[in-house]
Design a binder for this molecule. Structure first.
Ligand code: IPE
Ligand code: IPE
Ligand code: MG
Length: 248
C-alpha cells in the first residue's frame, strides 16, 4: 500500500511520489506589500516567514532538498535602500535562525558569488554552513547573488584553466564536467520548480539544472504561499507525466 498523508486541504499527497528536490522563485513580495499600502520591505519580511514555513514543511514531508532564489545578480539594480535592507535581513535571519536550523537538522548551503556581499553577511553564511554541514534532515540551498549565466561563465573559466594546466583534456569534457563545476554540484537537479506571483519566466535561475524540471506557476504572491498552496503544487507535480523525451 502506498503511504499517504492527509494534508491541510485534505488533498491526498502520495508520499511515495514526492519530488526529491524542490526549487522556488520567491516572487511577489513587493506587490504583496503594495496591495496593503506597506513599504516593499514589509513584503520581504513576510516572505522570509513563508520560506521558514516551507522549509519546515519540506522536512516534515520528507522532501530532501529545497533551493530558494533569494537575490539575483540582477537585483543589485534595485534602489540602494531595498538592497541594503535585504542584505541585513539575510544576515539577521541567519543569526536568529541558526540554533533552530541546527535543532531541525537543516544543512544550509549557499549558491552564488558571495564575494560582493557585505563582509559581515559572508561571515554569517560561512558560519551557518560550517555549523550545519553534518546535518541530514533537509538540504537547504539559498541562492544569494546568484545568476545562472554568471555561474556558467565561472564554470567554463574553471574548466578552461584545468585544460590549460594539462589537468583535463578538452575531449574529456562532457555534461558531467559542466555539472560538477556549477554551484549545485552536490545537490542534483530540481524535480519541481515553483514560481509565485504569476510570472512566466526563469529570471536567470538554474538554466542548466532546470532542463527537465516540472514547472508550476501560481498567481499567489510569495508571502501568501502557505502549506495549502504548496499542497496544490505537489498535487500538480504528482499528476505530471515525466517523459524525458521518451515515448510510453
Ligand atoms: C521577490 O519579490 C524578492 C526578491 C527578488 C528579493 P519582489 O521584490 O521581486 O516582489 P515584486 O515582484 O516586486 O512584487
Ligand atoms: C527573481 O525575481 C529573483 C528572486 C526571486 C530573487 P525578480 O523579481 O528579480 O525577477 P524579474 O525582475 O521579475 O524577472
Ligand atoms: Mg519580482
Amino acid at each position: 500500500m502506498t503511504a499517504q498523508l492527509l494534508t491541510s486541504i485534505s488533498t491526498e499527497i502520495d508520499l511515495a511520489k514526492l519530488p526529491q528536490h524542490v526549487a522556488v522563485i520567491m516572487d511577489g513580495n513587493g506587490r504583496w506589500a503594495k496591495q496593503r499600502g506597506l513599504p516593499r520591505i514589509e513584503g520581504h519580511r513576510r516572505g522570509a516567514k513563508t520560506l521558514k514555513e516551507m522549509l519546515r514543511y519540506c522536512k516534515d514531508l520528507g522532501i530532501k532538498t529545497l533551493t530558494a532564489y533569494a537575490f539575483s545578480t540582477e537585483n543589485w539594480s534595485r534602489p540602494t535602500g531595498e538592497v541594503n535592507f535585504l542584505m541585513s535581513l539575510f544576515e539577521g535571519l541567519l543569526r536568529k535562525e541558526l540554533k533552530e536550523m541546527e535543532e531541525e537538522e537543516v544543512c544550509i548551503n549557499f549558491i552564488g558569488d558571495i564575494s560582493p556581499l557585505p563582509q559581515s553577511l559572508q561571515q554569517e553564511m560561512r558560519h551557518s554552513t560550517e555549523r550545519t554541514k553534518d546535518n541530514q534532515g533537509v538540504f537547504f540551498n539559498v541562492a544569494i547573488n546568484y545568476g545562472s549565466r554568471n555561474e556558467m561563465v565561472k564554470a567554463c573559466s574553471a574548466i578552461a584553466q584545468k585544460v590549460q594546466r594539462g589537468e583535463l583534456s578538452a575531449d574529456a569534457i562532457d555534461e558531467n564536467t559542466i555539472a560538477q563545476h556549477l554551484y549545485t554540484s552536490a545537490s542534483g537537479d530540481p524535480d519541481l520548480l515553483i514560481r509565485t506571483s504569476g510570472e512566466m519566466r526563469l529570471s536567470n535561475f538554474l538554466l542548466w539544472q532546470l532542463a527537465y524540471t516540472e514547472i508550476y506557476v501560481t498567481d499567489t504572491l510569495w508571502p501568501d504561499f502557505d502549506t495549502r498552496q504548496f499542497d496544490l503544487a505537489l498535487q500538480s507535480f504528482q499528476q505530471r507525466d515525466r517523459r524525458f523525451g521518451r515515448v510510453k
